[in-house]
Design a protein around this ligand. Structure first.
Ligand SMILES: Cc1cc2nc3c(=O)[nH]c(=O)nc-3n(C[C@H](O)[C@H](O)[C@H](O)COP(=O)(O)O)c2cc1C
Length: 382
């Protein structure tokens, strides 16, 4: 793998290795991509406090969230199609997470199903992401599969009642890849190493969809699975899920204080403050802007995980100071997978961890737990 000094370098390597159709699928967002841009841009308003002449020679980056201590205040978030970016992309990500001592959440749209991921990365804490499907019997089967695979938490994603236009995908004909045009074939064939990786294990399929008989081939299966996502989803379904699922339950896609309060009442163990990486509601607030009010409403009663635009150690510091228990990495993981499989994801985690360590040290802090205890004292007021 080529050298990457920061997450943007990994993105550039991924761009060279992936066909444009798949690079854009990862990189893009909804509509005018206002929220996509805001997620990253709003970190530039953060200013950190710098305390000096404290002994910072021994440092501890570990912290606790979702009932366990992890080596870093990070997790890998659920990303569909990781296995379309590199061979067995989901397994590569899970192995890198385990080696770094952080959990990994497997998407409902993963190519390698959760059982295979859990089996191939036995030292990784694995979570499972769920979409509630119109067919509840099918949903039950997905939950049972996650339970049998040993998933320690279920992440219920709730911000996908519909799929907005993702204009880069529309332009590239991403959803029509079931029958590629000549242009699309040429696009894919321009990356022969990627093509070889994609057919190395036979034609790729969406793990969950294969089991449910959702057609053949990854694009047809993904389309059929998307159409199954139930827009009638409501808090009553969360109650149902809470009764059904015995382990940690996390609701992903909370942006407002009152919804966070409602999640606590429904018995959730955690929430993810998320706008789906700017891929759903365009003009939603950036997550770093939404986080403080949500964290205030939660007041430490459950874990608040946050995602969206996190590319730097200082971004993680800002989130922890504003009340998050941990940060979930989205695209950095995908770029890592595309750039170098397990080594690429390890690099993504390592880069952010090293920056986190240096940032804490220069702020005069010796541990992530000390930062969490300081809270907003670690920042200048926004
Ligand atoms: C390519 C891609 C696929 C995604 N697939 C899913 C998914 O299947 N389920 C889900 O809950 N979120 C999914 N997300 C959203 C991420 O879990 C996360 O919320 C988002 O990527 C965080 O923003 P970031 O990419 O800026 O870090 C996806 C995001 C990307 C970029």
């Amino acid at each position: 793998m080529q050298t990457a000094h920061n997450i943007d370098d990994l993105r550039r390597i991924a761009r060279r290795r992936l066909p444009r159709i798949f690079f854009d699928y990862v990189d893009g967002g909804a509509n005018a991509e206002v929220t996509l841009a805001a997620n990253e841009a709003d970190f530039s308003a953060i200013r950190l406090r710098q305390h000096v002449l404290r002994d910072v020679s021994a440092r501890d980056l570990s912290t606790e969230f979702l009932g366990q201590r992890h080596a870093l205040p990070l997790m890998l978030g659920p990303l569909g199609f990781l296995g379309m970016l590199a061979r067995k992309g989901e397994v590569a990500a899970a192995k890198a997470a385990g080696a770094a001592g952080i959990p990994c959440c497997v998407s409902a749209f993963s190519i390698c199903p959760i059982d295979e991921v859990a089996h191939s990365a036995p030292h990784t804490v694995v979570y499972s992401q769920l979409y509630v499907l119109r067919d509840r019997t099918m949903t039950e089967a997905l939950i049972a599969r996650a339970e049998a695979a040993g998933a320690e938490a279920l992440f219920l994603t709730v911000d996908t009642a519909t799929t907005p236009a993702r204009e880069r995908d529309a332009r590239n004909g991403f959803r029509n890849l079931t029958r590629p045009t000549i242009g699309q074939w040429l696009n894919m064939l321009s990356r022969p190493a990627w093509c070889r990786a994609m057919i190395a294990d036979g034609m790729p399929e969406v793990g969950h969809a294969r089991a449910a008989g959702f057609g053949r081939g990854v694009m047809e299966q993904a389309g059929n699975l998307s159409r199954q996502i139930d827009p009638s989803l409501s808090w009553a379904d969360v109650d149902w899920l809470r009764r059904r699922w015995p382990r940690k339950l996390v609701i992903k896609g909370i942006m407002e204080a009152e919804d966070a309060q409602r999640a606590i009442e429904a018995g959730a163990d955690g929430i993810v403050v998320s706008n789906h990486g700017g891929r759903q509601l365009d003009h939603a607030a950036s997550t770093i802007k939404a986080l403080p009010a949500v964290a205030d409403a939660v007041a430490g009663r459950i874990d608040v995980i946050v995602d969206g635009g996190f590319r730097r150690g200082a971004h993680v510091v800002a989130a922890l100071a504003l009340g998050a228990s941990a940060v979930s990495l989205g695209r950095p993981q995908a770029w890592g997978v595309a750039a170098g499989g397990e080594a690429g994801v390890a690099r993504a985690i390592g880069l952010i961890a090293a920056e986190l360590d240096a940032t804490l040290t220069l702020m005069g802090l010796t541990s992530v737990d000390e930062l969490r205890a300081w809270g907003r004292e670690a920042l200048y007021a926004l």
